[in-house]
Design a protein around this ligand. Structure first.
Ligand SMILES: CC(C)(COP(=O)(O)OP(=O)(O)OC[C@H]1O[C@@H](n2cnc3c(N)ncnc32)[C@H](O)[C@@H]1OP(=O)(O)O)[C@@H](O)C(=O)NCCC(=O)NCCS
Length: 136
């Protein structure tokens, strides 16, 4: 998961942070779900629940497997699992320039609630974060 994150994410999750989320010790309420073959992890999603709300912290698919519906499958099954346990709202943040992630979220019922100006560092300075949410 850490190698996928390092390769495809502009704000990658370290191995240590992922391990903490998997063990759910210091990062209480975190859930990690993967899509994998017998040999390798192809993608993963990390989200955290507080009462009846969830925040998606990371979703990533190995570069050579992107565009085949794995991101959709990961998000869709995570949303299904959230609904099943009584979550009513799912929140996330996305870089304004991240068109493929934005399309994935919009396809799954997320809409933009607001922006955090100049939130993310990027190659030519900083860029805005879009705050998105979906009612489940
Ligand atoms: C965002 C991300 C997880 C999406 O994963 P993905 O597996 O590529 O997503 P999908 O395949 O479900 O959808 C991506 C595109 O492939 C298309 N697609 C899905 N299944 C397909 C198939 N069987 N054949 C052809 N295209 C397909 C989708 O229509 C979609 O097209 P669009 O972006 O033009 O709307 C992935 O791009 C990623 O890892 N990005 C880097 C990390 C990141 O930015 N994460 C988000 C942080 S907020």
């Amino acid at each position: 998961m850490a190698s996928i994150s390092a390769a495809v994410s502009l704000s990658p999750w370290s191995e240590e942070r992922l391990l903490e989320a998997c063990l759910d010790e210091r990062m209480i309420g975190h859930v990690v779900r993967v899509i994998e073959t017998a040999d390798e992890v192809l993608g993963f999603v990390v989200y955290a629940r507080v009462l009846d709300e969830v925040t998606v912290h990371e979703i990533a698919v190995r570069a050579e497997y992107q565009g085949r519906g794995l991101g959709q499958a990961l998000l869709c099954s995570a949303l299904r699992e959230m609904r099943r346990v009584g979550v009513v709202r799912c929140l996330l943040e996305v870089r304004e320039s991240n068109q493929s992630a934005r399309r994935l979220y919009q396809r799954n019922g997320f809409s933009i609630d607001g922006t955090r100006k100049q939130y993310y560092p990027c190659a030519d300075g900083r860029e805005d974060a879009l705050l998105m949410s979906a009612q489940l």
